[in-house]
Design a protein around this ligand. Structure first.
Ligand code: 9UX
Length: 72
């Protein structure tokens, strides 16, 4: 099932960080689109819930040095 979510991301210090998060998430299987807004600290993600788990998403964002500020 394809789902679109807005996910708060913390730890971004500049617009370059937003690009880093975006590129990290775009590499994951099951992601249709990923867009990060540095100003409001939100990742807009469209993904296949059968392919990408929340845990995998969270782990990759944290490995890149940022925090997902919700648990799901
Ligand atoms: Mo900006 Mo983020 O120079 O690591 S890319 S602080």
């Amino acid at each position: 099932t394809e789902q679109q979510l807005m996910i708060p991301i913390h730890g971004m210090s500049c617009a370059g960080c937003a690009i880093t998060v975006e590129n990290t998430v775009k590499q994951l299987d099951g992601v249709q689109s990923a867009s990060v807004n540095f100003g409001n600290e939100q990742l807009t993600l469209r993904y296949n819930t059968a392919t990408l788990t929340w845990e995998k998403l969270r782990q990759h964002i944290e490995q890149a040095g940022f925090q997902v500020s919700v648990q799901q």
